[in-house]
Design a protein around this ligand. Structure first.
Ligand code: ADP
Ligand code: MG
Length: 239
């Protein structure tokens, strides 16, 4: 059973600079929400707030109905995948994937079973003894995904996970992410600036601008009935 996410009047400033300006958002369990918007509009900050990597300014964050404002990241039942793969260069793929699982008190047998299942699924099972430096970009991103998956969290946060990959690999990975979501049914919040990625992956798209969500709707509605010129210019069909 996946957890939903609810944001209420969420605000965040850095110094005097307000970056998240009162966001309300209700994400159902198992949804795949794609967050789009121009560079600097606050997308990564919003993910970091949900993950607990930034402290809340004001307002509330609920995950699975529980208020998590003060809950540390490791207790939030979330895994995050970043654009840069953030792998440990000196550890093997196997250790990169399972590193940190023990802090979540996953029994050894379950760790091994999860590693085997997801390594096969992501086609990295033949790479487990290599170091990240011996992998291609696409393989490294699969390892980063594997690390998120073995934790089997209720919520996945992706921050432009495919933007460092070439076009062919991006399409392959997009298809795999979609299949994984259909199979696992977890809640996903996914940042991208790729329109096609947004349209193919999202159950709903949130269009963000300057710390606000301008529109939150299914892809067809965003495309055919954008609420304003900004959304139309960013995601909609040409006038
Ligand atoms: P996006 O991911 O949409 O490109 P970000 O959330 O990274 O946007 O950044 C939103 C704004 O907040 C930017 O103006 C950025 O410079 C600022 N910002 C982000 N993180 C910090 C930080 N740790 N300290 C100060 N300013 C930050
Ligand atoms: Mg960002």
């Amino acid at each position: 059973m996946a957890s939903g996410i609810r944001l209420e009047k969420l605000r965040k400033s850095f110094g005097g600079n307000e970056v998240i300006k009162g966001i309300d958002l209700d994400i159902a369990p198992g949804e795949f929400v794609v967050l789009v918007g121009p560079s600097g509009c606050g997308k990564s900050t919003l993910l970091n707030l949900i993950a607990g990597l930034e402290t809340v300014g004001s307002g509330d964050i609920f995950i699975g109905g529980d208020k998590v404002n003060k809950v540390p990241p490791r207790d939030r039942d979330i895994a995050m995948v970043f654009q840069s793969y953030a792998l440990y260069p000196t550890k093997t793929v196997r250790d990169n994937v399972t590193f940190g699982m023990e802090t979540r008190r996953v029994p050894k047998d379950d760790q091994a079973a999860a590693l085997e299942e997801f390594a096969r699924l992501l086609q990295i099972d033949h790479l487990l003894d290599r170091k990240p430096g011996q992998l291609s970009g696409g393989q490294r991103q699969r390892v980063a995904m594997g690390r998120a998956l073995v934790r089997q969290p209720e919520v996945f946060l992706f921050d432009e996970p495919l933007s460092n990959l070439d076009a062919k690999l991006r399409i392959e990975m997009r298809t795999e992410i979609k299949k994984l979501h259909q199979r696992l049914g977890k809640t996903v919040v996914y940042v991208t600036h790729d329109q096609i990625e947004a349209m193919t992956l999202a159950t709903r798209i949130a269009v963000m601008d300057n710390g606000h969500i301008r529109q939150f709707a299914d892809p067809a509605t965003i495309y055919e009935n954008p609420v304003d010129m900004f959304v139309a210019g960013f995601m909609g069909s040409p006038p």
